[in-house]
Design a protein. Structure first.
Length: 346
C-alpha cells in the first residue's frame, strides 16, 4: 500500500491539537515535510519524524514532486495564497478555516481547485459530530418539514484568543469572532438546511473590550483592531432566514454555542453539543432528547479522515469549495453592512 505523502504548512497550536491527530489516525498517510515561517517551530514538529524535511518557505515544500497533499494551518491571511500555489503544483489541499479573508481570494481558491482537478477542502469539523449527523438525516427525511427560520451563535463571557497577536490583528485574521467562530456555526446551520444560497445580509459589529484593563489594572498592549461582538441577519434564496451572534467577550451568564432551526413539522435546538427536537403527536407537544453513545473519533480527526478517503476516491466530499466562497461572501457582507448601516445584497 502506497501512503499519501503530506506536507504541512503551519505548525502552531491548531496544527498540534487538531490537524496532527487527524493525519496520524489514517494508516494510508505519511507526513514527510514540515514548514513554518518560524523554522524552530517546524523543527520541533518534525522531531518525531526523523525522515521528514523541514522548511521555512512553503514554496520549497511545494517544489517537492513526491508530496501529494498539503495541509494548511497558518494565520488566516495566508490560507488562499498557499492553497492556490499548492493546487497549481498539482497537490490536494486541506485547509484550516476560514477559507480566506475575503470573497475574491476564496473564489480564486475555488477556481484553482477546478482548474487543477485536485481536491480542496476546508475544515468543517462541526458537521462531523454525532448530533449534527443525526440532525442532517432527520431533516433530509423530512421529519421537520420545511425549515424557514433559525438562529445560531457562539458567545463567550471572556475568551479573546491571543490578545495582541494575529487573532486580533485584522490584516492577518480578517476579523474577530465573526470570522473565528462564525464560520463554525453559520456553516453548520446552512449545511443542515440543504445549503441554500445567501442573497442578502445585514449586521452590526462592536469593539468594547479591546481597551479594558486586565485584572492588574493594566491596559493590554498589542494590536486589537477587530470586533469583539458581531450580530446579524441572513436571507437565503429559498426564503429562509438566519439570525447570528458571535462574541469573544460580553456580560452574559456563560459561554454558549447554539443552533436552532424551526420547521413546519418540528424544530431542533443544538446547544453546547446537546440536541433537542421539538415535535407534536396526537395533539401533544413533544420534546425529544436523542442519546448518542459518544464517538471515539474527535470531529477534527473525522473531518481529515473524510478528506483522505475522498482523495483516495472512496467517499464523496461533504464540502465543496463553492460553499466556502458563499461563507466568505456572508462574512464580508456583514462587515460591510456594519460599516455602512444598511443591508447588503449578495
Amino acid at each position: 500500500m502506497t501512503a499519501l505523502k503530506v506536507g504541512v504548512v503551519g505548525t502552531g497550536g491548531i496544527y498540534k491539537w487538531a490537524h496532527l491527530p487527524g493525519w496520524l489516525s489514517h494508516k494510508e498517510v505519511e507526513i514527510v515535510a514540515f514548514c513554518d515561517s518560524l523554522r524552530a517551530s517546524a523543527e520541533a514538529a518534525a522531531k518525531d519524524f526523523p525522515e521528514a524535511k523541514v522548511y521555512d518557505d512553503y514554496r520549497e515544500l511545494l517544489a517537492d514532486p513526491s508530496i501529494d497533499v498539503v495541509g494548511i494551518s497558518t494565520p488566516n491571511l495566508y490560507h488562499s495564497e498557499i492553497a492556490i500555489a499548492a493546487l497549481q503544483k498539482g497537490k490536494h489541499v486541506f485547509c484550516e478555516k476560514p477559507d480566506a479573508v475575503n470573497p475574491v481570494e476564496a473564489q480564486k481558491m475555488a477556481d484553482a481547485a477546478k482548474a487543477s482537478g485536485k481536491l480542496l477542502m476546508t475544515m468543517r469539523n462541526n458537521r462531523f459530530s454525532e448530533e449534527a449527523q443525526f440532525a442532517k438525516r432527520i431533516i433530509e427525511q423530512g421529519e421537520l418539514g420545511e425549515l424557514y427560520t433559525g438562529r445560531c451563535g457562539w458567545i463567550r463571557r471572556r475568551g479573546i484568543p491571543g490578545r495582541g497577536g494575529w487573532f486580533t490583528t485584522k490584516e492577518l485574521s480578517g476579523g474577530g469572532p465573526l470570522i473565528d467562530l462564525g464560520v463554525h456555526m453559520i456553516d453548520l446551520a446552512i449545511w443542515l438546511s440543504g445549503n441554500p444560497k445567501p442573497v442578502a445580509v445585514s449586521g452590526a459589529t462592536y469593539r468594547k473590550f479591546a481597551d479594558q484593563p486586565d485584572a492588574s489594572g493594566r491596559i493590554p498592549e498589542g494590536t486589537f483592531d477587530v470586533e469583539d461582538l458581531a450580530a446579524g441577519f441572513i436571507r437565503f434564496d429559498n426564503g429562509a432566514t438566519l439570525q447570528i451572534e458571535f462574541s469573544w467577550a460580553s456580560h452574559i451568564a456563560e459561554e454558549q454555542k447554539f443552533l436552532e432551526w424551526r420547521g413546519t413539522k418540528g424544530g431542533l435546538n443544538l446547544t453546547n453539543d446537546k440536541l433537542t427536537l421539538f415535535t407534536e403527536s396526537a395533539g401533544a407537544l413533544i420534546d425529544q432528547k436523542p442519546a448518542f453513545p459518544g464517538s471515539a473519533i474527535p470531529q477534527h480527526t473525522a473531518n481529515i479522515r473524510h478528506f483522505v478517503e475522498c482523495v483516495l476516491g472512496r467517499e464523496t466530499p461533504i464540502f465543496v469549495p463553492e460553499q466556502g466562497v458563499d461563507m466568505i461572501k456572508i462574512l464580508s457582507a456583514i462587515y460591510e453592512s456594519a460599516e455602512h448601516g444598511r443591508e447588503i445584497r449578495l
